[in-house]
Design a protein around this ligand. Sequence first.
Ligand SMILES: N[C@@H](CCC(=O)N[C@@H](CS)C(=O)NCC(=O)O)C(=O)O
Length: 265
Amino acid sequence: MLTLFHYDRTSAAQRVRIYLEEKNLDWESVIVDTALGDVDQLPENFHKLNPKGLVPVIIHDDIAIPESQVIIEYLEDTFGGTPTLRPEKAKDLAQMRLWMRKIDEGIHVASRTIGVCLVNRHIYKKKDPKKIEKYYSEMKDKVRKKNDQVNIELGIESPLLEEAMIEFKLLFSEMNSYLSTHNWLAGDAYSLADISFVVYLHRLDSFMMRPLWKNMKYLDDWYDKIKSRPAYKRAIYDWGDVTADQRAKNGKNAYPKILEYWNKV
Ligand SMILES: N[C@@H](CCC(=O)N[C@@H](CS)C(=O)NCC(=O)O)C(=O)O
């Protein structure tokens, strides 16, 4: 049996849910939504499952695995079958891993920066300050904590937001260029790399930022192609996003500034 700790809108858990739905695996859901400061939602033993206190974590039989990219590789090793979601040719596999490294090398942090600058900081302000204080005092990742402090204070004026938008533009340009000669991110078959990156397009789209990449035709077509898959609908839309309205509204208001950052490279 598989048990996934996750919540509706988390990009890292969306990645795992897409995988589970693509393979039609049975899984049990446990919601742990601490993202808006509600650390009291953490099950008592959660730090044993993931010392970072983050989702997703998956339990399979007697083991607990954190880290979304490790989880989907584990699931592919354990339940993969055919069609495989990992390229068979060594060069495509290398390409898949090269893409996936970029997530931990900065893209995931950049995505959090956008979220904190545009939405989370406004939600934190309405919460009990003691709760938010506790949330940050228990946050293990010091860089995350420091970035959040800057982003909460400066919002759309944060220099980290500018860096994040530039990072996304460079990544999307690279993806668009690769996709101009390939059907998918790692050769000619849909793979873990496609699953891993589409969640960030969804994230930016939820902030009404899709017009940013309207001239990147290959990337935009790739996004539509994945969105039309039944597994994507089940993994993303069926779980929804409690912050959707606020994301759309704040994203729209911030768009001129976002575009200014985007156009810096
Ligand atoms: N590198 C990790 C990142 C996990 C992560 O950032 N999880 C976020 C959601 S996307 C989380 O648990 N947020 C809850 C919080 O910030 O309290 C992975 O890929 O699984």
